[in-house]
Design a protein around this ligand. Structure first.
Ligand code: PMP
Length: 431
């Protein structure tokens, strides 16, 4: 009866977000494990909305929330508090020298809006370049730079959003029969197109080190360096959006470290707040000083909120003390090895990709790589039914790509358990 009433309201009175509600009613979550209303145990391999990198209800995060909700929850935006200063110090200590000016906001969309406004004011341009499978948020500017979902039905987007081809090694036309992948030529070609589309007002290029919503497309090694070179050549800023990859998930504290590149502006959200609404825009001293001089104005109701900033500061501590990048690298390898074993067993797993604990497998129907969207959805639904929550990307032509991003605190036992559930789900759906 209670469940029927629940679904009556959920189905009839909530605005749909675009996807389907899963039929599970989750009532609690701790570590990697969620419980539904019927007492079923479900492993959370999406870390909530890719955010809970420390697992759910991490005791140290719970303690900080309990303290600050009582002591200092929220203040006027013109007031700076100790947790904000602490987070600023702790976060910039983890970043390369030079990236040392922070603004703390609530969501990833806001951090990218802020980054674009800084880039526009700093360069005097307004054109924003992003990738054909990008996700940077849903607000006006961030949504206009998002090419994976949500563009249809609202008329014109912001002017000046230009798009680069995705370095999608598995299906790229720049991948040759000998297996080599000439991503450099693909990128040069993309910039050729940008130069033709541009009205001469390029401001910035924004990129995710692993395009997650777009199908776990990992940028090839050295790609960010090339991207930076293209930006510098055109007087543009490079914005790296580490909403999902920041704080250790890919095996480095920040995914850009692998390529030895420093962005002009870094945006963080999801993982920085460990599941609470916290985001950060971080830029160089020079950008901040020039924009301040020119009258930069950007804030929200929850700018620099002490409660979530105290959480962010604790996340920084935990990331260092428990070597979150090392944990993600180690456990990610175990998970990836398990996925490669599944690929040996099930040829419909066309591709296994990603790094650390942001992994993807792409489902195909045959050797011609016909996308297996429907099959992917069926297998993922079966996983949820039998105790594993994962997510499939539904982009046309990209197949039912599974996104696997469990918390870095997951145990090796829980990795094995989840792989067994996947194995059984594949067997069931293919039978
Ligand atoms: N950037 C990236 C890379 C994301 O994955 C997301 C969220 N999926 C966002 C930005 C937007 O964040 P939010 O939903 O918190 O606005």
């Amino acid at each position: 009866q209670a469940e029927a009433e629940f679904w009556n309201t959920a189905n009839n009175k909530l605005i749909r977000y675009g996807g389907k509600w899963t039929h599970k009613i989750i009532v609690e979550a701790e570590g990697t494990v969620m419980k539904d209303i019927r007492g079923n145990r479900i492993l959370d391999w999406t870390s909530g909305q890719m955010s809970s990198l420390l697992g759910h209800a991490h005791p140290e995060i719970v303690a900080v929330v309990e303290q600050y909700v009582k002591q200092l929850d929220h203040v006027f935006s013109g007031m700076v508090t100790q947790p904000v200063v602490d987070l600023c110090d702790k976060l910039t200590a983890l970043l390369p020298r030079g990236l040392d000016r922070c603004m703390f906001l609530s969501t990833g969309s806001e951090t990218n809006e802020c980054a674009f406004k800084l880039a526009k004011m700093y360069t005097g341009g307004f054109e924003v370049v992003s990738f054909a499978a990008s996700y940077h948020g849903m607000t006006a500017g961030a949504g206009a730079a998002t090419f994976s979902v949500g563009r249809k039905g609202y008329g014109p987007q912001m002017a000046g959003n230009l798009v680069l081809p995705v370095p999608y090694a598995y299906r790229s036309p720049f991948r040759f029969p000998d297996g080599s992948y000439d991503w450099k030529s693909e990128l040069d070609y993309g910039w050729d197109l940008i130069d033709r589309q541009s009205v001469g007002a390029l401001a910035c290029c924004v990129v995710e080190p692993i395009l997650s919503t777009g199908g776990i497309i990992e940028l090839p090694e050295g790609y960010l360096k090339e991207l930076k070179r293209h930006c510098e050549k055109r007087g543009m800023l490079l914005i790296i959006d580490e909403a999902q990859t920041g704080m250790g998930r890919t095996g480095d504290m920040f995914a850009f470290e692998r390529d030895g590149v420093v962005p002009d502006i870094l945006t963080l959200s999801k993982t920085l707040g460990a599941g609470l609404p916290l985001g950060a825009t971080v830029c160089t001293q020079q950008i901040e000083e020039v924009c301040r001089e020119r009258g930069f104005f950007y804030y929200t109701t929850h700018l620099n909120d002490p409660l979530v900033c105290a959480v962010g500061a604790k996340v920084c501590d935990i990331a260092v003390e428990t070597d979150l990048p090392g944990q993600a690298a180690h456990k990610g390898k175990i998970l990836k090895d398990g996925l490669l074993q599944l690929q040996n067993k099930y040829p419909c797993i066309g591709d296994v990709r990603g790094r650390g604990l942001l992994l993807g497998i792409e489902i195909v129907l045959d050797e011609a790589k016909t996308p297996g969207d429907q099959l992917g959805s069926e297998i993922s639904a079966r996983c949820l039914e039998t105790g594993l929550s994962c997510n499939v990307v539904q982009l046309p032509g990209m197949g039912g790509t599974f996104r696997l991003a469990p918390p870095a605190t997951i145990s090796e036992e829980e990795i094995r358990e989840g792989l067994e559930i996947m194995d059984a789900a594949f067997a069931y759906c293919l039978a």
